[in-house]
Design a binder for this molecule. Structure first.
Ligand SMILES: Nc1ncnc2c1ncn2[C@@H]1O[C@H](COP(=O)(O)OP(=O)(O)OP(=O)(O)O)[C@@H](O)[C@H]1O
Length: 677
């Protein structure tokens, strides 16, 4: 498929040239076609992408303690006992290893001493027993450490995940609608995983560091020249691991958008909602081609990384091999010159081998921690950002007996939007009345309802609940006053009971209230037809799960808002998917509620249904252009006529003559035109 205006061979990319990439080599032709360019965030933290990658030796040394502290803090919060067991076991294991090396030295000295073999064996026996005991102790401690680390890791992941999810659930809507914040959320999900792995790596680092200290101490005692050689052997591995960690992280951040886009495509291919169009319009092959195009771009990046890894590894191994040869040459020279006894030489070989294994392990694990810590740092950054952008706690109480909610010269723009969505809006919603908001698509009706609910705050102007400015009110109190059925209200993949009862999620769900709310919204019929009534799972793809129609969902959504029993009911397009009978019933219910003191804000395009509203506001491009009762707005002497014209237009559609090509009375039973005798 191509995007052409009048020629199918235009310059728009086709699936065949999806392998083409931009100079940045990250944007595939598919990405350009489908998303208009790199599916990237261009705000906030992504501007500082370059500064995120600070994996240098110095930065590593400086930041390492802080990173370990993060892991330890999380582990302590998750399970302090398991953490203590790991710490004690690893320190014990290192000490056992050091004693073991010293005992090996004594053992070799006894075995290589002059004298009768039996006597030498007898003299060496205590050292042999000691080395064996140390080996057993070391194994036991390792088992304890492995078990505790296994217990600790999932708990750390849970604690980290819970922390960020809890914080994110409390951020302002502005943050949720901010792409940069989304990117941070994407990265942070890896952070929880990283925190889990960091625990294991930290354990390994402690173990390697202690056995390295043991080996280095023994080597220093044996001969002072051996220690620098050990360090020289370690440096190439350190450089190699560091280089690769940095390359992997940079690549990850460059491709995270691309991966998201590819995931989006693969999800669309199996998405239930898209399934019909995927088949009838034959969209499947189109999506698949572009999925392949994007996946191939990622594969090229993986290949590039694999080659960088191979080259780096080869170079590091070569340098390390040269250092090893030098170390053993120096050792040989010392033995040759008689500056070192043979037994000492044997211990030195063991110590060098143990030391270099520890160093390799240490370097690998430290770079692993560095790499993970970059993701954990993303998580920390998200938590900090989520705390900064959290909905403030506390504030003025919202009075029960407010006389009206007033918008006073409210102007509001969405994050990143060039134009305000509301401009100097003045409106009054008297308590206990029904107020309708009408207007063309995009005129700002939903935005008014969001500000009314306290989901957003005005840039200028005020939303007053009685005498209390919403900006100074306790937001939790404000939310508790409102029940809403948003246009795209949530269809929770839970049972019917929970889908209604989640309107008041604080306590246990009261079945009598659920039933009453269902009757109010006409959802009782929907529930009655479900195979397990309120216990039916409203989610396809799960055992016993049931799918219901859009209109049936709308009734469930209304029942939920009714169950919430908020002082102010906000309904945004409550009947768009309902059949005429159900629609009439919903509006009747809403109007009946007005008599019970319920304040209702009704957003709808069905203008005949606002006849009974106490007040109608007509919005146009973010401004209130007129307001009044239905009679006032229909009166040619009143207002701008915007409502009257729209109303008459809708009314005419019902009364309009048959569409061209049809004849009046050509319904069932009447003969088609031209077939009459
Ligand atoms: N989350 C958002 N981020 C940026 N702009 C938005 C967002 N939501 C709405 N807008 C913009 O704000 C303006 C008002 O949108 P709003 O949804 O309030 O209109 P509406 O009158 O409810 O439209 P409709 O009848 O189609 O539901 C539109 O120009 C829309 O594009």
């Amino acid at each position: 498929m191509t995007t052409t205006t009048n020629d199918t061979s235009s310059t728009a990319p086709t699936p065949d040239d999806t392998s083409a990439t931009t100079s940045a080599e990250t944007v595939s032709a598919s990405e350009r076609l489908l998303f208009g360019g790199e599916l990237a965030y261009d705000q906030g933290w992504s501007q500082h992408r370059g500064t995120w990658v600070k994996l240098g030796m110095w930065h590593m040394a400086v930041s390492f303690p802080r990173q370990v502290a993060i892991a330890v803090r999380l582990a302590r919060r998750a399970d302090p006992r398991a953490l203590a067991t790991v710490a004690v076991s690893e320190v014990g294991r290192g000490v056992a290893q050091a004693f073991s090396l010293v005992a090996v030295n004594a053992l070799l000295a006894e075995l290589l001493a002059s004298g009768i073999l039996v006597d030498r064996l007898r003299a060496a026996l205590p050292s042999l027993v000691f080395v064996s005991v140390m080996a057993v102790v070391s194994s036991l401690l390792q088992s304890a450490s492995t078990a505790s680390t296994g217990i600790l890791e999932p708990k750390v992941q849970r604690v980290a995940t819970e922390r960020y999810l809890g914080l994110v659930a409390r951020v302002e809507m502005d943050a949720i609608e901010d792409d940069a914040f989304h990117k941070l959320m994407d990265s942070a999900q890896w952070g929880a995983d990283g925190a889990r792995r960091m625990v294991g790596y930290c354990t390994a680092v402690v173990a390697s560091a202690i056995s390295l200290v043991a080996a280095a101490s023994v080597l220093t005692v044996l001969h002072v020249a051996l220690l620098p050689l050990l360090i020289a052997m370690a440096l190439p591995s350190a450089w190699g691991s560091l280089t690769m960690a940095r390359a992997r992280y940079e690549s990850w951040h460059r491709f995270v958008q691309h991966a998201r886009a590819a995931q989006l495509l693969s999800r669309l291919l199996i998405d239930q909602q898209a399934a019909g169009e995927v088949r009838v319009h034959d969209v499947g092959p189109f999506l698949l081609e572009h999925f392949r195009g994007m996946a191939e771009t990622s594969e090229r990046e993986q290949t590039r990384l694999a080659w960088v890894g191979a080259r780096t590894g080869l170079f590091a191994d070569g340098a390390r091999g040269a250092a090893t040869v030098a170390a053993y040459a120096v050792l040989g020279l010392l033995l040759w010159n008689g500056q070192m006894a043979l037994a000492v030489g044997g211990t030195a070989v063991l110590a060098i081998r143990a030391g270099s294994a520890s160093i390799t392990d240490l370097v690998l694990r430290v770079t692993d921690i560095q790499e993970e810590s970059l993701f954990v740092a993303d998580l920390e950054r998200l938590c900090t950002e989520a705390e900064r952008r959290a909905i403030p706690e506390g504030g003025l109480d919202v009075p029960d007996d407010f006389d009206a909610i007033r918008f006073e010269k409210v102007t509001f723009s969405y994050q990143g939007a060039e134009e305000p969505s509301l401009r100097e809006v003045d409106l009054v919603i008297p308590r206990g009345r029904t107020v309708a908001l009408v207007g063309a698509n995009g005129s700002g009706k939903t935005t008014v309802s969001k500000l009314l609910c306290g989901l957003h705050m005005p840039a200028t102007g005020r939303v007053m609940w009685g005498e209390v400015d919403a900006a100074e009110a306790c937001r939790a109190r404000l939310f508790s006053r409102v029940a809403m059925v948003a246009q795209n209200f949530q269809r929770w993949p839970f049972t019917a009971r929970v889908n209604i009862g989640i309107g008041r999620p604080g306590g246990t769900i009261d079945d009598r209230d659920v039933d009453a709310a269902a009757v109010y919204a006409g959802a009782d019929d929907v529930v009655a037809k479900l195979p397990r009534g309120l216990d039916t799972l409203l989610a396809r793809g799960y055992q016993g799960g049931q799918e219901i129609s859009g209109g049936q969902w709308q009734k469930i959504g209304l029942a939920r808002a009714r169950y919430r029993n908020g002082q102010v009911l906000v309904v945004d397009e409550p009947t768009s998917a309902l059949d005429p009978v159900a629609e009439q019933r919903v509006f009747d219910q809403i109007h009946r509620l007005a008599g019970t003191g319920q304040t209702t804000v009704l957003i709808t395009h069905r203008l005949h249904s606002v006849r009974h509203a106490d007040l109608i506001y007509v919005l146009e491009r973010g401004r209130v252009v007129e307001h009044g009762t239905f009679e006032q707005l229909m009166d040619p002497a009143h207002g701008t006529g915007a409502f009257r014209e729209a109303y008459n237009l809708q009314a005419r559609q019902f009364l309009a003559p048959a569409v061209p090509g049809q004849t009046r009375g050509s319904g069932r039973g009447s003969a088609p035109e031209g077939t009459t005798a």
